[in-house]
Design a protein around this ligand. Structure first.
Ligand code: IMP
Ligand code: MG
Length: 180
């Protein structure tokens, strides 16, 4: 992989990611003090962001993962399917869903409906990136790392066709990959 071949420009560098994570983790630690917190990462995009958040949390929590899919390349199909379920019963937990990016809101909407139906005490959303211009639902995130415009971004968990998740920064994918 040659990073320069795919990334137009670095949008969020490692230092900024670190301070975003610390700021969010401090707020989450305060808000969930004394609660029965279950942190749920949405695979696979949330993995890097979630692990960095977890290391900064000072409140007790349990963790789990769920996997949903709605994307083909850079095209959002709009149809969300659960491809890996939780291993912990969320009943009675205050669930914090961690997601790489909130776009249409379809993914978080579907997963939070499932969690509410299973008896979660509360469900909140923590997203690294918010793309409000692309919203197709009334979903809003409770914790937002950074608001971005419509460009397709990769790195720090975010993929293009399953690639580039391992970049340590968030970068804008070169325009020639776009088919929107
Ligand atoms: P939503 O269900 O439309 O809100 O889409 C959320 C999902 O779309 C995220 O979990 C990502 O996997 C994917 N996604 C949306 N925008 C981007 C992007 O710019 N780069 C990589 N993945 C994206
Ligand atoms: Mg994805």
């Amino acid at each position: 992989m040659n990073v320069n071949d795919v990334v137009e420009k670095v949008l969020i560098d490692q230092d900024e990611l670190k301070s975003i994570v610390k700021g969010l983790a401090d707020k989450i630690s305060d808000d969930y003090k004394g609660k029965k917190l279950l942190v749920v990462g949405i695979l696979k995009g949330a993995v890097l962001f979630m692990s960095d958040i977890l290391k900064e949390l000072t409140t007790e929590c349990e963790i789990d993962f769920i996997s949903a899919s709605s994307y083909n390349g850079t095209q959002n199909s709009g149809v969300v399917s659960i491809t890996k379920d939780l291993s912990i019963d969320p009943k009675g937990y205050d669930v914090l869903l961690i997601e790489d990016i909130l776009e249409s809101g379809a993914t978080l909407g579907v997963i939070s409906d499932i969690l509410h139906k299973r008896g979660a005490n509360s469900v909140k959303f923590c997203v690294l990136l918010d793309k409000p211009e692309c919203r197709k639902t009334d979903i809003t995130a409770d914790y937002i790392g950074k608001t971005v415009s419509q460009e397709f971004v990769v790195g720090y968990g975010l993929d293009y066709d399953e690639k580039y998740r391992n970049l340590p920064f968030v970068g804008i994918l070169k325009k020639e990959f776009y088919c929107r």
